[in-house]
Ligand binder design. Structure first.
Ligand code: CO
Length: 483
């Protein structure tokens, strides 16, 4: 069953949002439509690839781009913008050389053909996926390596950070934050993978001190980007993906192009007690690929609900295909699914909650790990089919009703970030950094989380475009506004 809608975008417009922002800026945004809410005060940090080419060579996939942090400081009804590259060792070396010195995980080769790439297994830590502030540290995260610590006021790079020696060689880019006995906790994981894998969980208190750390062997290769958290469990979806290292070793393909999705094999759901006591329980559900989980909660001691954005298959990274020519119609859309886990019987029931293509799910931070009603996400303009994210969606899980604000036909959006203004689930603002092809500039949009039908409360246009990015977070402190 497929409804054909006329496309809501052109590929040329979408592609326009993938141009490098080489320059580092710091200015007060003066192009403001609407009114910035008086109570909105603090700093939005956002990470994403900033450079899409180097020395005349284009990236084959934007995920290979060097991390660039944007900071939006909301102060007294005005907003200050700053962007700065994470000065990773690889970034500095490549800046000096004026060309790529490392192979990109998602296929961007070094210059010089396969011979130059063969058996070069060095990874460049590109620190481009997420940026979080915790325990007094601003950290740029990339899942295959250690975080880089940054100065939150200037975004200056301070260096690699092991969180006071607790980390091994990497930390995932998807920390989850909830409360334990009223105290904030951050939980994140690291994964070592190969023929078999080990997941290590880290739980930190508000000061950044380690509360709990435990490791669990997991059978087989594991490509896991995100997890879900409840008061008692960490939940991982081990999707049926195999890794064939040969083309990577030989320099023909990037590591990310050697992943093979097995539709006939199940997804394994790993249920790991947060206490570290006891072995992980492993449940199975039909194949499907999940990058991001929306939320999870415990209905009863042995019943867990997990809501996730699920794809029928892994969105492929085609060798030799430039991402700028992506055929969206040929790819499976990400859609919201609900998984009901029964820890007693080991059964998993799953059902779709909506049809609309969506990604980057979020919610009021107080409801992480708890029963909730409202989910927010980036979404396609049309209600069916696969397309770039052009809209922001508020989804009422109780009624199935969608509220959509769309920037189509020429606008595109990124991850929504929920900024709470009260304890109610809808009490807050949704911030998202988008790209307007008509102006060839990026914009920050502010919506009232209680009611999308009002349209944006404010829309702030930057003096330039910022390439489409990944994840970000909001802190109530004012950083960087003294500039
Ligand atoms: Co992610």
């Amino acid at each position: 069953m497929q409804t054909i809608n006329p496309p809501s975008y052109t590929l040329a417009d979408w592609r326009g949002g993938y141009c490098s922002l080489a320059q580092e800026h710091s200015y007060w945004i003066d192009d403001v439509q609407g009114t910035i809410p008086a109570g909105l005060s603090g700093t939005l940090f956002r990470n994403g690839p900033g450079l899409l080419e180097r020395g005349g060579q284009s990236l084959q996939h934007p995920f290979d781009g060097d991390g660039m942090i944007c900071a939006f400081t909301f102060k007294d009804g005005r907003v200050h913008f700053r962007n700065r590259y994470v000065r990773t060792a690889g970034y500095l070396a490549e800046q000096k050389a004026g060309k790529f010195l490392y192979r990109g995980v998602f296929g961007t080769p070094k210059p010089g053909g396969w011979l130059a790439n063969a058996f070069d297994l060095r990874l460049k830590n590109i620190a481009n996926t997420h940026v979080v502030y915790w325990g007094g540290k601003l950290l740029a995260l990339w899942e295959a390596a250690l975080p880089y610590r940054l100065d939150p006021a200037t975004l200056e790079t301070l260096g690699l950070d092991t969180l006071d020696g607790i980390l091994g060689s990497s930390l995932a880019a998807h920390p989850r934050i909830d409360r334990v006995n009223g105290e904030p906790r951050l939980v994140d994981f690291a994964i070592q993978t190969g023929l078999s894998s080990v997941i290590t969980l880290y739980e930190l208190d508000a000061a950044g001190h380690l509360v709990n750390r435990h490791s669990h062997p997991v059978g087989g290769f594991a490509f896991i980007h995100d997890f879900a958290l409840t008061p008692n469990y960490c939940l991982f979806f081990q999707n049926p993906v195999r890794f064939n290292p040969l083309p990577f070793l030989l320099g023909w393909r990037g590591a990310g192009e050697c992943l093979e999705f097995r539709t006939q094999e199940p997804t394994r759901v790993l249920v790991i007690p947060r206490s570290g006591q006891g072995k992980p329980q492993i449940l199975q559900t039909p194949a499907g690929f999940v990058f991001h989980h929306a939320n999870a909660w415990e209905n009863q001691p042995d019943q867990i609900t997990v809501d996730s954005i699920c794809y029928a298959s892994l969105p492929g990274v085609d060798p030799n295909q430039d991402f700028r020519h992506t055929n969206f119609d040929a790819l499976d859309p990400g859609q919201l699914w609900r998984f009901q886990l029964d820890l007693t019987t080991g059964q998993v029931q799953r059902r779709p909650l909506g049809n609309r293509c969506c990604e980057f799910p979020t919610l009021h931070p107080d409801y992480v790990g708890q029963p909730y009603r409202y989910l927010y996400a980036g979404a396609a303009h049309n209600p069916t089919g696969n397309a770039p994210l052009q809209a922001l969606m508020k989804f009422d899980l109780a009624t199935g009703q969608e509220q959509v604000w769309s920037a189509a036909p020429r606008g595109f959006v990124g991850e929504p970030v929920f900024v709470p203004r009260g304890p109610g689930e809808e009490e807050g603002w949704i911030l998202s950094l988008g790209y307007d092809a008509a102006q060839e500039r990026s914009f920050l949009v502010i919506l009232d989380a209680a009611d999308f039908s009002r349209g944006p409360l404010a829309r702030l246009t930057l003096r330039h475009a910022v390439p489409y990015g990944l994840h970000g977070s909001f802190v109530p402190s004012l950083y960087g506004s003294e500039a």
